[in-house]
Design a protein around this ligand. Structure first.
Ligand SMILES: O=C(O)CCC(=O)C(=O)O
Length: 296
């Protein structure tokens, strides 16, 4: 076990709810991952392995289950330097909770509205951590991640729309987050954004002519367990994997009342619920049954 993050980076994570770190991955690993994504995006069976952009169905916005598509994503998600860094932030017993790959294609790449990951995945404690690994250089121009620095200290904010879980914070100011705290997480390909589960984040539409692809493995402390075993937990939990340390013999619980992500109808992805697309086509009531991938 090594120290990958500096004291300043750890302090910045505690203070701001995120930090952007370079130099964890060799360029050739990121190049290899990008090549695999290029191949997947040109696959004739793209429709079976990805969620399409509503504006142009020939373009994908989300590749489902990247670790099942190619071992390079397993190697990245389980990379010892990355897990060293994760352990510095959430402790030595580390579980891989799930992973996903957002594509953000040129011109059409969908907006991700403001949200906190914990609203989708409430757990017994807050030692959860998403890592966003840029596969392309990411700048404001091609819609890098944006974070409301320090918002994790404001607790869980409302994600309700019309009385149900809507997967988004409709307005930062309405929930008391100062818009002047918003920071662009820019970085060259290979940069890793470490994200606290309660920090509000978003990204804009990609209007540039460059992709902004990001692989997102998400981790948690082994003693953090989902407190709502809804469809998304039911989908992810069987594949949750202890990567380091010991399995928990007890759930560590932090007090509080946590709203549960109960939506008005089934939804497959964060994009769909944020757009309200889950309410169209008859808006099938939430039954716990899902026909497709459900990693939000
Ligand atoms: O792809 C992005 O810009 C943000 C991703 C995100 O927040 C998510 O998928 O939960």
């Amino acid at each position: 076990m090594g120290n990958v993050l500096t004291k300043a980076q750890i302090e910045s994570f505690r203070e701001n709810g995120f930090c952007v770190v370079q130099g964890i991955f060799d360029d050739h690993v990121i190049e290899k991952a990008r090549g695999i994504v290029d191949n997947l995006l040109s696959s004739p069976s793209l429709a079976d392995l990805a969620e399409a952009e509503p504006e142009d169905s020939s373009k994908a916005r989300r590749i489902w289950a990247p670790t099942a598509r190619d071992k390079v994503f397993v190697d990245i998600a389980e990379d010892s330097r990355l897990i060293d860094a994760v352990a510095q932030l959430i402790g030595d017993d580390v579980v891989l909770q799930y992973s996903k790959l957002n594509v953000k294609p040129p011109q059409v790449g969908s907006v991700v509205d403001w949200h906190q990951d914990f609203a989708y995945y409430p757990h017994t404690n807050q030692d959860l951590l998403a890592t966003l690994i840029y596969l392309d250089d990411a700048t404001r121009e091609n819609a890098c991640l944006r974070v409301a620095a320090g918002s994790h200290r404001q607790g869980l904010l409302s994600h309700e729309v019309d009385g149900y879980f809507g997967g988004k914070i409709t307005s930062l100011t309405d929930v008391g987050v100062d818009e002047s705290t918003v920071v662009d997480c820019e970085g060259p390909a290979g940069s890793v954004v470490f994200l606290h589960p309660l920090v509000a984040h978003s990204s804009e539409k990609n209007l540039s002519d460059r992709y902004r692809r990001v692989f997102i493995p998400a981790y948690r402390a082994a003693d953090a367990f989902p407190i709502y075993y809804g469809p998304h937990a039911a989908h992810n939990e069987p594949n949750a994997k202890l990567l380091r340390g010991k399995p928990a013999k007890a759930a560590r619980c932090e007090g509080g009342a946590w709203p549960l992500p109960i939506a008005a109808a089934e939804f497959n992805s964060l994009y769909q619920i944020q757009e309200g697309a889950h309410l169209k086509d008859g808006g099938k009531a939430s039954t716990g049954y899902f026909a497709h991938e459900v990693t939000v």
